[in-house]
Design a protein around this ligand. Structure first.
Ligand code: COA
Length: 398
């Protein structure tokens, strides 16, 4: 059958490598590198997994935001800076109860997004191109340290509980768990969450990072750039996946159901959550480290999840020959978050809070040599035709 030039143009515009900005270089960066073929990623000059296994979260934040791993003196200065920025403006505190009550379903990432915007509005954050780097860096750090306080408060208010203030004696991850549950967490839980927050702190030009950089490039304020990144993060193809992974494991239920459940899903051409990645073509290095963290914590779901991981790889090879679809970070993220006692409604928001560090680093980098990000489209419509007259359009006036 003959195809018209117009039809060819439409199908061309929807080729996956065209649609979705595959392999398009947006900018040069020194923040991170994701090597999809070797299955590795790095933060600045270091292998990310090595950092996760040997560093504290604040060191990784300092590395991402300021560009260097801190020595002991610098680390203490950085911690003091963070502590000084951890107060929520009273105007924002006053609005949190009303925000927490909105909507039928608890929506952690939505709470975080609204809270970040309120923070920016209440502190009169100016358009980014009017600000020097020092002011922007302070806003980035302020967002990093206040986000968990605002999120935990809304979670508790939603349940009719009083917010729990941060305990200055606890580190960031321990404090998050403490502010959610009201109890100081076991050390093993705090370290597991800290490792997760480092694993997920940064990951190249993820859709959310791109969204944030696009907004920043227009010169809007930093709160808007973070809010845009948070919006992109909430989708099921990005940071919304961990909750769906647990729902999948709940549905599968027992080892004998793994294969039939996965087959049924693939027969319906539906996606298996926690599998596949745009950049990683073989191994996602975050999977292994989070599997180890889960094993250390102990999780009733570990054996079933490992079976799903193995079986899905086989069935995805059958269903999608030519693509290597393997477990991604979200599969074990779900298990780690559940094992440390985070409620499901906060899974995506916790992922997003981890990524605030990477987004912040990217936005600061975008500040130097900023140029409006503005791609083009391939027009897939027909030739220009004259606009029909009002009479031809059947209109009487206007
Ligand atoms: N389950 C089933 N099929 C999958 C799949 C999955 N998890 N991931 C990709 N595919 C299939 C698609 O259906 C598509 O098949 P088709 O060519 O027959 O239409 C093909 O692989 C390519 O999909 P595409 O969306 O172009 O791949 P991508 O590289 O852009 O997708 C993801 C990356 C992450 C969006 C995708 O793998 C996905 O949706 N995964 C599930 C959600 C998830 O875990 N997200 C967290 C990511 S860290």
């Amino acid at each position: 059958m003959m195809t018209s030039p117009r039809m060819e143009a439409v199908s061309d515009a929807h080729r996956p490598e065209v649609y979705g900005l595959n392999d398009i270089i947006l900018c040069h960066t020194r923040i991170s590198h994701v090597d999809g073929h070797l299955g590795r990623y790095r933060y600045r000059d270091y292998d990310a997994i090595e950092l996760v296994n040997s560093c504290a979260l604040e060191e990784v934040w300092c590395l991402l935001v300021d560009g260097q791993l801190p020595d002991a003196t610098r680390r203490a200065e950085f911690a003091a800076e963070l502590a000084a920025l951890s107060t929520i403006p009273p105007a924002v505190t006053g609005l949190l109860p009303a925000m927490a009550r909105l909507g039928e379903r608890p929506d952690g990432i939505g709470w975080l997004q609204s809270a970040v915007l309120l923070l920016a509005r209440s502190l009169d954050w100016r358009p980014v191109l009017e600000l020097d780097r020092t002011v922007l860096r302070r806003q980035v750090l302020q967002t990093l340290v206040t986000a968990p306080i605002m999120l935990a408060a809304q979670h508790r208010l939603r349940q009719g509980l009083e917010p729990v203030p941060p305990d200055p004696g606890l580190d960031h991850a321990a404090n998050l768990l403490h502010m959610i549950s009201g109890e100081p967490p076991p050390e093993a839980h705090a370290r597991a969450l800290e490792q997760y927050l480092m694993v997920a702190a940064e990951h190249g030009m993820a859709a959310s990072t791109f969204a944030g950089r696009v907004i920043f490039s227009t010169g809007a304020d930093l709160g808007s750039a973070f809010a845009g990144a948070l919006g992109a993060m909430g989708g099921p193809l990005h940071g919304g996946a961990p909750t769906l992974v647990l729902e999948m494991l709940d549905e599968i239920g027992s080892p004998d159901q793994v294969e039939p459940w996965l087959r049924d899903r693939l027969l319906k051409d539906e996606r298996i959550m926690g599998f596949g990645h745009r950049i990683y073509r073989a191994v996602d290095p975050r999977v292994e480290v989070l599997r180890e963290v889960t094993a250390r914590l102990g999780s009733d779901r570990l054996a079933l999840t490992q079976q799903v991981e193995k079986q899905a790889a086989v069935l995805l090879d059958e269903a999608k020959p030519g693509r290597t679809l393997r477990a991604n970070v979200e599969l074990y993220t779900a298990l780690v978050m559940e094992a440390v006692g985070l409620p499901r409604s906060l899974f995506s928001a916790t992922f997003a809070m981890a990524r605030l560090a990477g987004w912040g680093a990217h936005l600061l980098e975008q500040r130097s040599g900023n140029r409006l990000i503005r791609p083009v489209t391939a027009f897939a419509g027909g030739p220009t035709v004259p606009v029909p007259s009002p009479a031809e359009r059947g209109r009487t006036h206007g």
